[in-house]
Write a protein that binds this ligand. Structure first.
Ligand SMILES: Cc1ncc(COP(=O)(O)O)c(C=O)c1O
Length: 399
């Protein structure tokens, strides 16, 4: 057999999805696993949204749609971006895709190629480097630090930019850390991006899930110059608990959106017609109470989990400003022993937790941050309590 294409060897499967699959398989075999690996809200999609999808099916709205999405949905996305973020796009500057992940993929395909460099602050969401690799470009990482609230230092950004730099991916609020940029920090980053004319891909997927009165600002809204070189990406997955419906979107300069639309038209065509109607219902308004309820529940869990993690010897945990993850630094337990094994990395620790304590959490290596671990609190308070009890107990056996 001839070899596969090089890119097939380059690409890694999503470690977060595979860990969740492993935890599910263990559960199927009757093992009581507590999973902190979920990347999705543990709430059901609201009934009204489901109703819109059922109506779409019953009324025969089950055929191809325009490949960049139905006009009404592009329109409502544009209106919401204007109302909520002061971002003024025309409907044809909006592309509806099969999830924000798909929008991001289309961006990579439309903008990046061999020889380009794309800057990704780390810790990063697992998909960014893989999509950049697929485009032929090279991801360039800039490490962020706990003492800076895991935010990109403007001077680090400026220092790494060179002739090959074509883009910067900014994720706020972030997965895996829950860090989020305030306006003055964004202004400094925008100034550098404009000065060097590099594209900014602003992934605002968790924009509605923020705490302590944090105000989510889109970098694209700061001034005309940055608006022209930014592509904003978000979707309905996290805000409306609609991960399985696969609707995300991107908004940006018309030429880029057109190119992305062409790529989409030759790969997936339109996102599911039924899901588009459901997303339309969600975005038309009327579900703010649902989002508020969900964020309040996440917030209670966030406070609890951060407090407890910080009490564990060897752990320190940043208090997230948004999203539904915590990312404790666990380096204080590395090097410890359990029977004959040395826990010498977060990967080892995650394996140990899954096998011995029946707790699933994602090691920091997956996000470019060894010595850390990601725990999602998109799971019930009962699970969180039980899972943390198990982690505490498991560590007691370390020598
Ligand atoms: C930072 C970030 N961006 C984008 C996505 C993709 O979301 P979706 O494709 O479901 O819209 C995720 C999902 O986990 C994410 O964490």
């Amino acid at each position: 057999m001839k070899p596969l294409a090089k890119r097939a060897y380059l690409i890694k499967p999503s470690p977060t999805l595979s860990l969740e699959a492993k935890a599910k398989a263990m559960r199927k075999n009757g093992i009581d696993v507590i999973s902190f690996s979920a990347g999705e809200p543990d709430f059901d999609t609201a009934d009204g949204i489901k109703g819109a999808a059922i109506e779409a099916i019953n009324s025969g709205f089950t055929k191809y749609t325009p490949s960049s999405g139905i006009d009404e949905l592009r329109q409502v996305v544009a209106e919401n971006l204007a109302k909520n973020h002061g971002l003024y796009y025309k409907p044809d500057e909006v592309l509806i895709s099969c999830g924000a992940k798909h929008s991001l993929y289309n961006i990579s395909m439309a903008l990046f190629e061999d020889g380009d460099e794309v800057i990704i602050p780390s810790p990063y969401w697992v998909t960014y480097p893989e999509q950049i690799f697929l485009s032929g470009a090279t991801p360039v990482f800039i490490e962020t630090h706990q003492e800076d609230d895991f935010l990109l230092r403007p001077e680090d950004l400026e220092a790494i930019i060179n002739k090959k730099t074509k883009g910067l991916i900014l994720n706020t609020p972030s997965n895996p850390v829950g860090s989020a940029y305030d306006i003055s920090h964004l202004e400094q980053i925008a100034e550098i991006a404009v000065k060097h004319n590099i594209y900014v891909i602003s992934d605002e997927t968790y924009g509605d899930i923020v705490y302590d009165g944090f105000k989510q600002v889109s970098i694209a809204s700061l001034n005309k110059e940055i608006f022209k070189i930014t592509i904003v990406v978000t979707g309905v997955s996290k805000s409306y608990a609609m991960t399985g419906w696969r609707i995300g979107y991107a908004a940006g300069p018309k030429d880029i959106i057109n190119a992305m639309g062409n790529i989409q038209s030759q790969s997936t065509s339109n996102p599911a017609s039924i899901s588009q109607k459901a997303a339309l219902e969600a975005l038309k308004g009327g579900y703010q109470d649902f989002i508020t309820m969900m964020v309040e529940r996440f917030d209670r869990r966030r406070k609890y989990i951060v407090e407890r993690l910080n009490r564990i010897e060897g752990f320190t945990c940043f208090t997230p400003k948004g999203s539904f993850y915590v990312f404790p630094n666990i380096s204080g337990i590395l090097g410890k022993r359990f029977s004959n094994h040395v826990i010498d990395s977060s990967v080892r620790f995650a394996e140990y937790l899954l096998n011995e304590a029946k707790v699933a959490a994602v090691p920091g290596e997956a996000f470019g941050a060894p010595g850390y671990m990601r725990l999602s609190y998109a799971t019930s308070m009962e699970n969180i309590e039980k899972g943390l009890d198990r982690i505490e107990k498991a560590i007691k056996y370390f020598k």
